[in-house]
Ligand binder design. Structure first.
Ligand code: KG4
Ligand code: ZN
Length: 337
């Protein structure tokens, strides 16, 4: 079986198409939507309109990059949810039409499972995690700790009860006047800052769940107070603020991740999703190899944020297992892992 899958990702503000042959990624092409930066966050209506404009050129570019024609494809995979409904509808409709036109199977993919399955892309010097493993999936829309039992079997053991970790980064950045998405900028400025410079209270949440909305409020109140006495407070302390905020978010994540590893008695620990591009998160995970005996799994940068390759890869496993869907399949804004 040639197992050549084209995967379409359109759940949020990135239109991305990946092509895989087995677990090998032949193409991963993404059109980002700069339009949202000026609004300080993703505007759903603008996102779906931009997906419509981007989807054909991105599919075309991915096919060229992979040096194949549509006739070579074995199946079309697409993100059916969770995500912004208007955005999901563009990828869903396009995938259905393409599968129908080519008369090949259609495969629906859960976006959160796909972030985890990105670990199975063939990549030099990259080990794939053995089952069962734990995955901390941290993105702009989700924060989850998942016990991954197989390519198709996931147990959600902890999640955020309000904001996601990426949202906490982005909202903190917005309060400091940084453009969207602020996560990568906080990471950048934090490199030059002192993580102990400012103290922000950490939330007390039951068991393995997270909460980040209180942190955002405490940053807002703290800065409002400081700016009253020194209007240049943010500019003068940007690096230290970024380092302290980043340190707080990452230490909240690790408190729960360590607890989960102890409870589940699992030492194979992975991270996934946009925030897994964060340098402190990556470094702290590596450190726990020595201190806690973990084996850590960190996806290559290009498969951390939303990407079509992870959708094609998920499609690859479902294709081998003949998990196809028909044209009645619907996009779902809310979709459990
Ligand atoms: O997975 P993703 O691309 O989209 C969603 O499914 O939400 O994640 C995007 C999130 C954004 O909140 C962005 O600020 C965050 O990932 N992010 C980072 C970094 N790179 C991306 N957060 C912290 N540090 C980074 N280096
Ligand atoms: Zn995502």
């Amino acid at each position: 079986m040639k197992n050549l899958i084209l995967g379409i990702e359109s759940s949020c503000d990135d239109t991305s198409v990946g092509i895989t042959q087995g677990q090998q990624v032949l193409a991963n092409v993404t059109a980002n939507q700069d339009i949202h930066a000026q609004y300080g966050g993703v505007v759903p209506e603008l996102a779906s309109r931009a997906h419509q404009q981007n989807i054909i050129p991105v599919v075309d570019a991915a096919l060229k990059k992979a040096k194949i024609t549509p006739k070579d494809l074995s199946a079309i995979a697409f993100t059916s949810g969770p995500g912004l409904l208007g955005s999901l509808l563009v990828g869903t409709s396009f995938a259905k039409s393409m599968a129908m036109a080519l008369n090949i199977p259609l495969i629906e993919v859960n976006h959160m499972q796909a972030h985890i399955l990105a670990h199975f892309a063939e990549h030099p010097n990259q080990n794939t995690p053995p089952f069962p493993f734990l995955c901390l999936t941290v993105s702009g829309g989700h924060t989850q700790i998942v016990r991954v039992n197989s390519h198709f079997d996931y147990t959600l053991i902890g999640q955020t009860i309000d904001d996601a970790a990426g949202e906490a980064f982005d909202k903190a950045a917005k309060i400091m006047g940084l453009p969207y998405p602020g996560g990568p900028l906080i990471d950048k400025y934090a490199q030059q800052g002192n993580p102990q410079a400012f103290n922000f209270a950490k939330p007390k949440v039951d068991e393995l769940d997270f909460s980040f909305s209180g942190l955002k409020t405490s940053i807002l109140y703290f800065l409002q107070k400081q700016v009253k006495t020194n209007p240049l407070f943010v500019e003068e302390n940007l690096n230290d603020l970024c380092a302290s905020i980043q340190n707080t978010i990452i230490s909240i994540l690790f408190t729960k991740l360590e607890k989960a590893a102890r409870q589940q008695n699992i030492q194979h620990v992975a991270i996934a999703g946009g925030v897994s591009a964060n340098s402190l998160l990556r470094n702290e995970l590596k450190k726990r190899e020595k201190s806690l005996g973990w084996t850590s799994y960190i996806p290559p940068f290009e498969y951390c944020t939303d990407n079509g390759a992870m959708i094609a890869l998920s499609g690859c496993f479902k294709y081998l297992d003949k998990q196809f869907c028909d044209l009645s399949v619907q996009a779902q804004a809310r979709k459990p892992i």
